[in-house]
Design a protein around this ligand. Structure first.
Ligand SMILES: *[C@@H]1O[C@H](CO)[C@@H](O)[C@H](O)[C@H]1NC(C)=O
Ligand SMILES: *[C@@H]1O[C@H](CO)[C@@H](O)[C@H](O)[C@H]1NC(C)=O
Ligand SMILES: *[C@@H]1O[C@H](CO)[C@@H](O)[C@H](O)[C@H]1NC(C)=O
Ligand SMILES: *[C@@H]1O[C@H](CO)[C@@H](O)[C@H](O)[C@H]1NC(C)=O
Ligand SMILES: *[C@@H]1O[C@H](CO)[C@@H](O)[C@H](O)[C@H]1NC(C)=O
Ligand SMILES: *[C@@H]1O[C@H](CO)[C@@H](O)[C@H](O)[C@H]1NC(C)=O
Ligand SMILES: *[C@@H]1O[C@H](CO)[C@@H](O)[C@H](O)[C@H]1NC(C)=O
Ligand SMILES: *[C@@H]1O[C@H](CO)[C@@H](O)[C@H](O)[C@H]1NC(C)=O
Ligand SMILES: *[C@@H]1O[C@H](CO)[C@@H](O)[C@H](O)[C@H]1NC(C)=O
Ligand SMILES: *[C@@H]1O[C@H](CO)[C@@H](O)[C@H](O)[C@H]1NC(C)=O
Ligand SMILES: *[C@@H]1O[C@H](CO)[C@@H](O)[C@H](O)[C@H]1NC(C)=O
Ligand SMILES: *[C@@H]1O[C@H](CO)[C@@H](O)[C@H](O)[C@H]1NC(C)=O
Length: 512
């Protein structure tokens, strides 16, 4: 009996950190399944009890969920969980690992479905990770320091549905890495340093038909090798792509904030929502091939070199052409009879010929901010857009009196005026932005600027509150820092007095 406990203790000690946690948290959160007539329940287990007392009040084999946070951990060693046959979920948060993850952890954890190791300093995913966890579906490794993944790391995880590698330091994923993931539904790679999205070589040759969401935003992608974009929703925002070829049955693609100069469309386009804002696209002509399906299009902040119209794109319900150098002619938006949202801000439009925009009977929100429009009849807006509920009118060259007349007028017509930019805190970066010049005197200028940018008094209070909060947080962090140093010393002394296992003492030395 004593010897089995000793073995178990060594196994567990080897696995879970023995060295003190940060702050007051010395507990492991464990959930237990049905045990005799005891119903399932969760409780905090004191680390010290686990490792130092021989009087353990529970049976490990009933544990279904284990959550470890703020600990220092000697890796997850081989065979750690032999004694946890019912484990379904294993979570480590904000902890330090003294060794990389041992791929042979979780031997015979036939019920393990969810592994989450996040906020640790692991850097490496070795070959053949967790070979005996046939039920593993969710593998979450976000917010670590992973920079290397072996090509066969996920070889045995054939039932994986979700893999989250976001917020790591990955610059390359070897080809073949996801060859066996035929059931993968979600792959998250955002906030890494990937240069190539080699989709065709990462996934099985015959394509992967289960993947529904791929996020590779916030990387340094310069190239996609992806012949047919067959993933329903794809996020490639904030990369360094210079061109994009749309083909396949993807229905939502985010590629804003890249350096895209050309967009081409293959023979098959099923895109419904396309976001291409903040690129260097000179012409969107090829997008007409998507006109049967395209409903939302954001091409804002791309400066058009030629006159462009949206003829034929009849399914569009939302169109953002802010800051595109668009000129409005009779044909420009004529076919967009389903449009409900239209942003034509910052296009250097001197007047808006509403008579030329009569087909948008369903329009609900219209943004015309930042254009040098001198004069506008609210009555004619209402006539042309009977459903209009909001009109964006900030950054217009109007003096205070004409702005307040317009606002009154809009309210009379049940139209909400947007008089400041709700989306951005800073001023528009549009190169087409007009320098504001009011026909009135200087006083008008200042007053209307205040009106436009909201009350500055409120802002000051907000700033004070933010500064106070930051101060409090800094104080707390400092306290935690001091505490953790203190606890470390304290625990080291305690460890020296007790004999737990060889490994724990090694980790203690490492810690020192
Ligand atoms: C824990 O429970 C399992 C399953 O009921 C049993 O086989 C095992 O002997 C128990 N272990 C201890 C130490 O009580
Ligand atoms: C994690 O950080 C600790 C302390 O800085 C260090 O000793 C350890 O080697 C690191 N672990 C890995 C896997 O890099
Ligand atoms: C992956 O983890 C990050 C960080 O917690 C989270 O923001 C993101 O939503 C996760 N991805 C998915 C697809 O759930
Ligand atoms: C990321 O990895 C590179 C090497 O690939 C290394 O030089 C760098 O320090 C790592 N960054 C972090 C934050 O770990
Ligand atoms: C996308 O196309 C592939 C074949 O190319 C097909 O297997 C898959 O079911 C399609 N996905 C959707 C959502 O239509
Ligand atoms: C990607 O773009 C950013 C911002 O423009 C730049 O700083 C970085 O050097 C680029 N990286 C590559 C690999 O081109
Ligand atoms: C386009 O889709 C159809 C069916 O949706 C398919 O038969 C055809 O092969 C696809 N064409 C290309 C070039 O992928
Ligand atoms: C805007 O478009 C016109 C032609 O419509 C072109 O002459 C002009 O150079 C463009 N402006 C910018 C900033 O590219
Ligand atoms: C409508 O656009 C045409 C050119 O496309 C222009 O000649 C005409 O003046 C515009 N009509 C109105 C009422 O502004
Ligand atoms: C302002 O609009 C009114 C009516 O819409 C028009 O009569 C007047 O000429 C316009 N003034 C300027 C300066 O465009
Ligand atoms: C505003 O316009 C007036 C005349 O229209 C001009 O004299 C003045 O210099 C302009 N002010 C600015 C700041 O551009
Ligand atoms: C404000 O502008 C309107 C039209 O642009 C003009 O009629 C009016 O005199 C101006 N008001 C002041 C106080 O300058």
């Amino acid at each position: 009996m004593i010897s089995t406990w000793a073995i178990r203790l060594i196994v567990i000690c080897a696995g879970i950190s023995l060295v003190a946690g940060v702050g007051n948290d010395d507990f492991v959160d464990a959930c237990f399944g049905v045990e005799g007539d005891k119903p399932p329940h969760c409780e905090y287990i004191d680390f010290d009890d686990v490792f130092e007392s021989s009087d353990i009040k529970f049976n490990w084999s009933f544990i279904t969920k284990l959550t470890i946070s703020n600990k220092r951990i000697i890796g997850i060693p081989t065979r750690m969980f032999e004694s946890l046959p019912n484990l379904e979920s294993f979570v480590v948060v904000n902890s330090l690992f003294y060794r990389e993850i041992d791929p042979n952890s979780f031997v015979d954890c036939h019920k393990l479905e969810h592994v989450e190791i996040t906020g640790t300093n692991v850097t490496f995913l070795d070959s053949h990770l967790f070979p005996k966890t046939p039920k593993l579906k969710h593998l979450l490794f976000h917010h670590n320091k992973i920079r290397e993944i072996k090509y066969d790391a996920f070889e045995f995880l054939v039932d994986l549905e979700e893999l989250n590698l976001s917020y790591n330091n990955i610059s390359r994923i070897p080809s073949g890495a996801f060859h066996k993931q035929k059931n993968l539904k979600t792959l998250d790679l955002n906030h890494n340093h990937l240069l190539l999205l080699s989709f065709d070589s990462w996934f099985p040759v015959d394509g992967i038909h289960s993947l529904a969401y791929l996020d590779a935003s916030y990387n340094e992608l310069i190239e996609l090798s992806w012949s047919e974009i067959t993933v329903k929703k794809v996020n490639l925002k904030y990369n360094n792509l210079t061109n994009i070829h749309i083909n396949g049955n993807c229905s939502e693609l985010h590629a804003s904030y890249n350096m895209i100069e050309s967009v081409t469309v293959g023979s098959n386009c099923s895109i419904e929502k396309l976001y291409l804002a903040h690129n260097h696209i000179g012409s969107f002509g090829d997008l007409r091939k998507c006109s049967d399906t395209l409903r939302t299009l954001d091409v804002s902040f791309n400066i058009l070199q030629r006159q462009f119209d949206f003829l034929g794109m009849k399914q569009l319900t939302a169109l953002n052409v802010e800051c595109t150098n668009l000129t409005l002619q009779y044909t420009t938006l004529h076919d967009l009879r389903k449009l409900r949202f239209l942003d034509i801000s910052y296009n250097n439009l001197k007047k808006i010929d509403f008579e030329n925009l009569t087909s948008q009977r369903l329009l609900e929100r219209l943004m015309i901010s930042g254009n040098p429009i001198g004069n506008m009849s609210i009555g004619s807006i209402k006539r042309n857009f009977p459903n209009l509920k909001a009109l964006g009118i900030y950054d217009l060259p109007w003096n205070e009196s004409s702005l307040s007349v317009a606002i009154e007028d809009l309210k009379k017509h049940d139209i909400k005026p947007y008089i400041k930019n709700d989306y951005l805190f800073e001023e528009s970066q549009c190169p087409l932005k007009i320098t504001r010049n009011f026909s009135g005197n200087g006083d008008d200028h200042e007053e209307s600027a205040d009106l436009i940018h909201g009350s500055s008094g409120d802002k000051t209070i907000e700033y004070i509150v933010i500064v106070l909060l930051v101060a409090v947080i800094c104080g707390l962090l400092f306290k935690v820092f001091v505490d953790s140093r203190y606890y470390r010393e304290l625990f080291k002394d305690r460890l020296r007095g007790s004999s737990i296992s060889h490994e724990s003492l090694v980790s203690c030395d490492l810690n020192g």
